[in-house]
Design a protein. Structure first.
Length: 77
């Protein structure tokens, strides 16, 4: 399993949304840019403080989260 050490969650930053290295750039922003067809190079040009590994981990995090599902739990008898 890979480590997502560049993805941070802090309730004081961007309302607790997953961000890149504690910056005010959310995983959703990065994934949305990729989904909209922007190349990694264009994203790195537009956000010069990001690194290639940041984009890769944002995509990995989004893929991991998309595989989660909720299991209903019945309480009581």
């Amino acid at each position: 399993m890979f480590e997502l050490d560049r993805i941070t969650v802090n309730p004081l930053v961007m309302g607790g949304k997953p961000c890149i290295r504690g910056m005010r750039v959310t995983v959703g922003t990065v994934v949305g840019l990729v989904a909209a067809g922007h190349s990694f190079e264009k994203i790195l040009e537009s956000y010069p403080y990001l690194e290639l590994e940041d984009i890769k981990q944002a995509l990995a995090y989004a893929a991991w989260r998309s595989e989660e599902f909720e299991v209903p739990v019945k309480y009581g008898t």
